[in-house]
Design a protein around this ligand. Structure first.
Ligand code: 4AZ
Length: 614
């Protein structure tokens, strides 16, 4: 029926129903780790019991029907036939709110295996969202057929009598026949599922008209994301076609870029011009340890030695050597009789004894690569993620490993609250290398704290400067499951639209309960001006917004203090993760147009260095 793994709470057990007197359960374990395993109860149910019944005649203005056992798997080799009759003169609208009839080898069109037939129209496969069918008669026959092989969860459906002249009274009818609230038409969101509520719209003044006819909320313009689909919302964003947009939002002629002169005023037209050179220092240049500045954006830990003193590759982990350009063993013949051997370290592997030298890199390899709208992280996928436990209570906040000694978290996690002294190091136990709460594997290291340093300007009312440092009671040994994340330089830029990861054991929905297995999700960085508008002017420059504005994906309670990890583009060598933000606050969780708010780590780079030396 299904292949499952992971952790399921006893309060939310899985249940399976076999349609016969046999069920095969196979437990497969790998060589890694020991776990408590499973405990299952088996009971017999009456064959042909209520849940197994299907078909029949349903008469009335509305009703519901579903496949046998729904939402469990329907049995193979089954046929159900429902005869529906609504009052004379009316038509019938059938809505399948779930439609799961997947079967390998069936393409969703021919429907030669398991299918549903609405009169003679066959439907099959798995459908996302609701499916609507209109029958232009007051009687209909719905047939469900499953063959001998492969079963799925089936469907549940409702039907109602509709007026043939007005099938969606006071509502908008989508092309796929669903009825939608009129307010949802032309609001920039694909509510119908087939975009039909967003086509042929006359955009109102607060909306942006895309060239392809769609209307999108105006605040999506120039946010670095192609929301229209034809990129028209990202054209002419402040600058004309032949102009370059400077980091300070000024426009200069494109031909002035990389001409050796500071045309923007902030020097950003002279960044990333191919050859990295020393330049006069400004807000947009990177300052090397020797106080010289270079004209390259985000040069730190990118595998290229850009500063003459190599300092841009220095804080990529403790005593990290500048990563070399390839992974071979090279002999440099300096002199006929002497040769220096430099061992060019390969990308770290679990067996590499050098792997503790790196930051922001996973040691384990992954196939592709709660948080609301996320999924289980893989073991070792976010080795800098820490779970901060209050002793005798459990997980309270997240944090990130930045060195053997230091963690970064949120200041609001370490504020005293009545009797609980969150500001005291002895209150806390940091769990590093953790994957599943209450299931500490061999990889987990639990450490007490020596110091807790909240940012001195943290404001508990506005959440401004919501960042804190934690010194571990001892040095932690890095492993496949414990690694530091790279800290971005103060000038590091995380452009709007960049996809970043959020991770944590926080609530999996607003007001919901915490996750057991570390959750991960991807969100996008949102333009600060847009975000400030969405969040009623509460965003300071120490805050960074990230989210999915259509809702459904976000950090939530219990994720606070955890990392907003940004993977440097694979093109820049190394593919390291940088700590772009620290989970701080939000207006609820995963709501539409309410991004998550993170502390901007670049703003605190100097303070972190001053307090920790990292
Ligand atoms: C919290 O309560 C919290 N949606 C953290 C993040 C967000 C909301 C609430 C962002 O810790």
């Amino acid at each position: 029926m299904e292949e499952i793994c992971g952790y399921y709470s006893p309060s939310d057990p899985l249940s399976f129903l076999s349609s016969r007197n046999v069920m095969l359960v196979t437990l497969v374990t790998s060589e890694k780790g020991n776990y408590p395993g499973i405990r299952a109860h088996v009971s017999q149910v009456l064959k042909g019991g209520a849940g197994m019944k299907c078909g029949g005649k349903i008469v009335g203005p509305q009703g519901a029907f579903m496949t046998p056992n729904f939402p469990n798997y329907y049995p193979p080799n089954t046929e159900c036939e429902w005869k529906i009759e609504v009052p004379a003169g009316k038509w019938i609208s059938v809505i399948f709110s779930k439609f799961l009839l997947f079967e390998p080898g069936q393409n969703g069109k021919d429907c030669t295996k398991d299918y549903v037939a609405v009169n003679s129209k066959k439907l099959c496969g798995e459908k996302v969202g609701q499916v609507a069918e209109t029958i232009s008669s007051n009687v209909a026959t719905i047939r469900f057929v499953s063959d001998r092989s492969f079963v799925d969860r089936g469907f549940n459906a409702t039907f109602k009598a509709i007026d043939s002249l007005d099938p969606c009274p006071k509502m908008f009818q989508c092309k796929n026949q669903l009825c939608m609230d009129l307010k949802l038409k032309c609001d920039g969101w694909n509510d119908c599922g087939d975009m039909s509520d967003e086509l042929n719209c006359k955009c109102n003044e607060s909306d942006l008209q895309c060239k392809n006819g769609l209307c999108k909320p105006m605040f999506w313009q120039c946010d670095g994301v192609n929301d229209c689909g034809d990129n028209t919302d990202e054209l002419n964003c402040g600058c004309k076609a032949d102009q370059f947009l400077c980091l300070n939002s000024a426009c200069v002629l494109k031909k002035k870029r990389c001409d050796g002169r500071n045309d923007c005023g902030d020097g950003s037209d002279e960044l990333d011009c191919g050859r990295t050179t020393s330049t006069s220092c400004s807000d947009v240049t990177y300052k090397c340890k020797n106080q010289m500045c270079i004209n390259k954006q985000n040069p730190e830990c990118d595998g290229t030695r850009d500063c003459a003193d190599g300092s841009d590759e220095e804080n990529c982990g403790e005593c990290s050597p500048p990563p070399p350009p390839s992974s071979h063993l090279h002999l440099h013949h300096l002199h006929p009789h002497t040769s220096t051997i430099s061992i060019l370290t390969p990308p770290p592997s679990p067996s590499s004894h050098l792997h503790h030298l790196y930051c922001g890199q996973r040691l384990l390899r992954f196939k592709g690569s709660r948080i609301v709208g996320g999924q289980d992280a893989e073991l070792g996928e976010f080795p800098w993620q820490v779970s901060l436990h209050v002793k005798a209570y459990g997980h309270v906040c997240g944090a990130s490993v930045i060195s053997r000694r230091w963690l970064v978290t949120a200041a609001h996690c370490v504020q005293d609250d009545g009797k609980i002294k969150f500001s005291q190091p002895r209150t806390w136990e940091a769990h590093l290398g953790l994957h599943t709460q209450r299931m500490p594997g061999k990889a987990v290291v639990k450490l007490g704290l020596k110091q807790v340093i909240p940012h001195p300007y943290y404001n508990a009312y506005t959440y401004d400067n919501d960042i804190a440092l934690m010194e571990l009671a001892g040095d932690v040994a890095f492993s496949d499951y414990i690694q530091p994340i790279c800290l971005p330089a103060a000038q590091h830029v995380f452009p709007s639209g960049t996809t970043v990861s959020i991770t944590g054991w926080g609530a999996t929905r607003e007001g919901g309960s915490a996750a057991s297995v570390l959750q991960k999700a991807q969100v996008r960085i949102i333009n600060a001006t847009v975000c400030n508008r969405l969040m009623s002017n509460q965003i300071t420059s120490r805050m960074l917004c990230a989210g999915i504005l259509s809702g459904g994906v976000d950090a939530c309670q219990g994720d606070s203090g955890g990392p907003l990890s940004s993977l440097a583009s694979p093109a820049s060598e190394g593919g390291r993760s940088f700590l772009a933000g620290v989970v701080s606050w939000g207006d609820g969780c995963a709501r539409r147009n309410k991004p998550g708010i993170y502390s901007t780590v670049t703003k605190f780079r100097g303070w972190i260095k001053e307090k920790t030396g990292v």
